[in-house]
Ligand binder design. Structure first.
Ligand code: GLA
Length: 384
């Protein structure tokens, strides 16, 4: 991780490049989802937290009339004479700009040429919602720049529309909402149907922490698996004749469904219930109970929703064998098909467990996975 914050780097790089400071700088975090996976797009319950890694965006008017979007970390740059285009970029080397163009367009577009520079400490491809962080940072900066609405729901909806209409990912609202609304020390129980949320305290750091283990397999939600899961849930809802959010196991069992779609639907129904069970466990300081829910959630994603991969399954299996050694629980987190596993681990055993997991992973896959401890942090903000 860099020594200086993403926001400080964005401000400095913008000033160096354009010779004037940015009008505004905003930042927004990546996220880890504790539990409630693949339920946001059916209006379900989720329990993510914003993490201590942020994307930052420096924004200003383009005095020379030329719109420029820059991402020095990615070595990427696009420029246009006049205002930003109102359509997505199709050239692969320019696609990073779609995260910004999509937010702009969702916010009504602009006729003014602008300059925007992005930096980020949220690694991409690790399942930490690096895209949502960039979009929410930009939406926050744009709201500040134009005196627009900046409540988390508005910011999240702009970012989600950017993903749907410009980036091409049919995601739900979870990633962007927690990036916008995150609270230090807390996860958010988000009801994705009403788009309302409340904080739920994460374990005190001297008791338990969340260790992330990156499988090193890059997930690409644009690839078909994610959209296919979403379509399966929609078929299940059509067969049940109502929302999976309100459905019971009995409703799913009674509906006329393909076996695979039925498995997907069982996952959704049970996962919603696990979120509230997790809220209760956390509120009672029952970390062993919280850990069991993580293992259970993982099995459901592996066998029922079929979005896990062998690398992540292996990490979870190692943790399962180490419950008595301080691993409370573990599961894949995020959309799946790659990304990271999270392990809820008792703080005094953190280093010992980290070593065992890394070595066991290396023994099986021939490389040492990157790990990091993530802390529940604050959501999007304008930088002073
Ligand atoms: C990705 C999507 C989210 C959500 C998760 C699965 O992170 O962006 O909207 O669907 O997958 O829970």
């Amino acid at each position: 991780m860099n020594e200086t914050s993403a926001a400080a780097r964005a401000r400095a790089a913008f000033t160096r490049r354009f010779g004037v400071p940015p009008a505004i700088v905003a930042s927004a975090p990546g996220r880890v989802n504790l539990i409630g996976e693949h339920v946001d797009y059916t209006g379900g319950l989720v329990l993510p937290f914003a993490i201590d890694a942020r994307a930052a965006l420096a924004l200003g008017p383009a005095e020379d009339g030329r719109t420029v979007f820059l991402a020095p970390d990615l070595d990427a740059e696009t420029s246009h004479p006049g205002p930003p285009p109102r359509h997505p970029e199709t050239d692969p080397s320019r696609r990073f700009a779609n995260h910004l163009l999509g937010v702009l367009q969702a916010a009504g577009g602009t006729d003014a040429p602008i300059r925007a520079l992005v930096t980020s400490d949220v690694p991409s491809g690790g399942g930490l919602s690096s895209s949502a962080a960039i979009e929410v940072a930009f939406a926050t900066a744009w709201a500040g720049f134009t005196d627009g609405a900046s409540d988390p729901k508005t910011l999240a909806r702009l970012a989600m529309r950017a993903e749907h209409e410009f980036v091409g990912t049919p995601c739900g609202i979870m990633d962007m909402l927690v990036s916008a609304a995150g609270r230090a020390g807390n996860a958010l129980r988000i009801d994705c149907r009403s788009v309302t949320w409340r904080p739920v305290p994460m374990p005190p750091e001297d008791h338990a922490v969340i260790l992330l283990v990156d499988s090193g397999v890059t997930h690409r939600l644009r690839d078909g698996g994610y959209a296919e899961r979403r379509a399966a849930c929609e078929r299940a809802e059509a067969a049940i004749g109502g929302s999976l959010r309100d459905a019971t196991r009995e409703d799913v069992a009674a509906a006329t469904l393909e076996t695979t779609d039925r498995r997907r639907a069982f996952h959704v129904v049970e996962e919603n219930a696990r979120v509230d069970a997790m809220v209760t466990a956390l509120e009672n300081g029952d970390f062993a109970g919280a850990g069991r829910l993580l293992f259970e959630g993982h099995r459901s994603l592996r066998d029922g929703f079929e979005v896990s991969i062998p690398e992540i399954d292996h990490i979870v299996e190692i943790a399962e064998r180490r419950v008595d050694a301080g691993c409370f629980g573990a599961r894949m987190t995020g959309g799946g098909f790659g990304g990271s596993a999270l392990v809820l681990v008792s703080t005094p055993t953190l280093e010992a467990n980290r070593d065992v997991i890394v070595e066991a992973f290396a023994a099986r896959f021939g490389r040492r996975p990157a790990t990091r401890v993530v802390r529940a942090s604050t959501g999007a903000m304008l930088e002073p």
